[in-house]
Design a protein around this ligand. Structure first.
Ligand SMILES: NC(=O)c1ccc[n+]([C@@H]2O[C@H](COP(=O)([O-])OP(=O)(O)OC[C@H]3O[C@@H](n4cnc5c(N)ncnc54)[C@H](OP(=O)(O)O)[C@@H]3O)[C@@H](O)[C@H]2O)c1
Length: 260
């Protein structure tokens, strides 16, 4: 009887939020996990708890050189990858009355360009992997444009097209491609949004759901089921944009951060 080796998984954005929760679920399931983010400390904490399963791969994913170095580290240590989960991302809200293209640039660089750098180094590794699976964490905002979500929405719509085209082009090689479209998931403590986030899930609940669904290698994972119905009225009210009221967008950078 042959024993299946643990899957080798590369997870980006593993230092907080959904990524940190995904890392916990994946490590508990026994996979070998390479973790990336700019903050090294949370990754080192994981390494202390799972020394035999964790491969530290920190770096700024918007820097293609650093991403190539991460790819080299994974190649030298493992030589292949079975699953790649591109979760790292950011969100900043746009004020259309003081439109600032640099917000679009930053968000697209993190969510779309960094994902493409990761795909660049991941594909050769996936081609040597077992039942290879490429997963992108996009957003439900790609189904429903929301007020102030121009940057996040554009970046995630780009990600959706990138992954959906790749799905077609990689099918003959047996590389499955899954897009995950979360609704609102609890933001980290440091980045609490003070606008309503209907049907919000905890990061732990989201991670459990994603990992459970990924076993079926579906085309898409969308949650929560009623998110679209709950947010539909927001997209129909251009004169009363939300989320945008009160002090909700007053962050130090001057631009609110949040999701989706
Ligand atoms: N939370 C939601 O409601 C929601 C909804 C829809 C979609 N999403 C998507 O789900 C994903 C995770 O979101 P989250 O809410 O869990 O966000 P989060 O808590 O802010 O986590 C983002 C992760 O991405 C990493 N990251 C950001 N920029 C990076 C960079 N340049 N290089 C390397 N790593 C970087 C962060 O680590 P460092 O800062 O340490 O680098 C962190 O680990 C994102 O793609 C987000 O767009 C979230």
């Amino acid at each position: 009887m042959s024993i299946t080796p643990p899957r080798r998984v590369w997870l980006t954005g593993a230092s907080s939020g959904i990524g940190a929760a995904l890392a916990e679920v994946l490590l508990k399931s026994g996979v070998q996990l390479a973790v990336s983010a700019r903050s090294v400390e949370p990754l080192q904490t994981l390494e202390k708890r799972y020394p035999d399963q964790l491969l530290l791969a920190p770096g700024d994913l918007t820097d293609s050189r650093q991403v190539r170095e991460i790819g080299e580290r994974i190649t030298q240590t493992w030589g292949s990858l079975d699953t790649v989960i591109l979760n790292a991302g950011t969100c900043e809200y746009v004020d259309a009355q003081a439109f600032d293209a640099s917000i679009i640039e930053r968000v697209v660089r993190t969510n779309l360009l960094a994902s493409s750098y990761c795909i660049d180094v991941a594909l050769p590794l996936l081609r040597s992997g077992l039942q290879p699976h490429l997963v992108g964490i996009a957003s439900s905002v790609t189904f429903l444009p929301l007020p102030r979500a121009e940057a996040h929405g554009a970046s995630k719509a780009g990600m959706r097209d990138l992954f959906e085209s790749l799905r077609i082009d990689l099918a003959d090689e047996g590389i499955a491609v899954t897009l995950v479209s979360p609704g609102f998931v609890d933001p980290p403590q440091a980045r609490q949004n003070d606008f309503p986030m209907p049907l919000r899930w905890s990061a732990e609940k989201a991670a459990d759901h994603i990992c459970e669904q990924l076993r079926q290698r579906p085309l898409e994972i969308v949650f929560p089921a009623l998110f679209m119905a709950g947010l539909w009225p927001l997209s129909r009210r251009p004169k009363r944009p939300q989320p945008a009221t009160g002090k909700s967008m007053a962050h130090t950078s001057g631009h609110g951060k949040g999701n989706p």
